[in-house]
Design a protein around this ligand. Structure first.
Ligand SMILES: Nc1ncnc2c1ncn2[C@@H]1O[C@H](COP(=O)(O)OP(=O)(O)OP(=O)(O)O)[C@@H](O)[C@H]1O
Ligand SMILES: [Mg+2]
Length: 279
């Protein structure tokens, strides 16, 4: 039997991959990297938005991609999910070269994303939005969905996801009626419905007030228990709170990498990213 990779946390909160064998014996995994890019580059008509980016995202970690506006973070996400084709470079997901794969196939392999701008169906209810996510995760034929027991199960799971994001009371509301923060929470639930192994979050707390931010941080932490998360985030206290590892992008290139203490002490990051002596 092939062992299952799980993420463990040591007392200091660091995570590392381990493989549990058939006999229950754990041995460290050499290839604990779920996503890797090699020389990832994207040009837009001569302008290089992403230049030679090497990323290594460890299985089970929360990895933040930060950097000033226009650094190339969203472009990187679009490359990773294959919404954009790289000009050069390679993307390996779970050891497979997905550089030329179609977006739907990469998603099926377990790479899910949320968007910088909220992306839910405005005229579907919150429940319907989450149910659609669950349906596309199951990928079965329409006939299959007509079975009452399947629909009941789906509704129950959708309601439980809505409860997780604090939207159970608003399940029957159309998404368009929800506040911005709640729309983002709904989008988070629809992305979680896909149950991705690697979850990409583009500015999950953008435009949110304190209360909504606290809720999203709790959700991300909970979601990180059994998956890897790569997130773009401008709010540095959120980054400090959640991240095991951070990559700083600047003008399309990797400027620095490390944990929050390392990054925040890096003079190049302080100067180039923030233009100030303290992060
Ligand atoms: N389709 C495109 N065509 C031309 N230029 C683009 C395109 N998409 C992005 N860019 C440019 O590439 C650079 C990187 O943009 P990107 O959206 O990746 O930055 P970002 O780090 O996500 O910024 P922000 O923090 O503002 O979201 C910017 O200069 C942007 O104008
Ligand atoms: Mg962006």
């Amino acid at each position: 039997m092939v062992g299952r990779a799980v993420a463990l946390a040591d007392p200091a909160g660091r995570r590392y991959g381990r493989r549990t064998g058939a006999a229950g014996v754990t041995t460290p995994v050499q290839d604990d990297c779920v996503l890797e890019t090699i020389g990832l580059t994207k040009e837009f008509g001569g302008f290089v938005a992403v230049r030679g980016v090497d990323l290594r995202i460890r299985r089970g970690s929360v990895h933040a991609l930060i950097g000033p506006n226009g650094a190339g973070k969203t472009t990187c996400f679009n490359l990773l999910t294959r919404f954009l084709a790289p000009t050069s470079g390679r993307i390996l997901f779970k050891g497979r070269d997905v550089t030329a794969m179609r977006p739907a196939d990469v998603a099926r392999l377990g790479l899910g994303r949320s968007f910088q701008i909220s992306a839910v169906f405005p005229h579907l209810t919150a429940l319907q939005n989450v149910r659609l996510g669950l349906q596309s995760a199951r990928g079965a034929s329409l006939d299959f969905w007509r079975s009452a027991s399947v629909l009941d199960g789906l509704n129950a799971r959708a309601m439980s996801l809505l409860e997780d994001v604090g939207l159970a009371d608003l399940a029957q509301r159309e998404a368009i009626e929800l506040s911005y923060g709640r729309k983002r929470a709904l989008e988070f639930a629809t992305t979680l419905a896909l149950d991705p192994e690697l979850l990409l979050l583009d500015e999950p707390t953008a435009g949110m007030g304190r209360e909504d931010i606290d809720r999203i941080v709790r959700l991300i932490r909970k979601a990180s228990a059994d998956r890897t998360i790569l997130m773009v985030e401008h709010n540095l206290s959120v980054v400090a709170d959640l991240s095991d590892a951070i990559t700083v992008l600047m003008r399309g290139q990797v400027l620095a990498e490390g944990d929050y203490a390392t990054i925040s002490a890096d003079p190049a990051v302080q100067e180039a990213y923030l233009g100030a002596p303290d992060v």
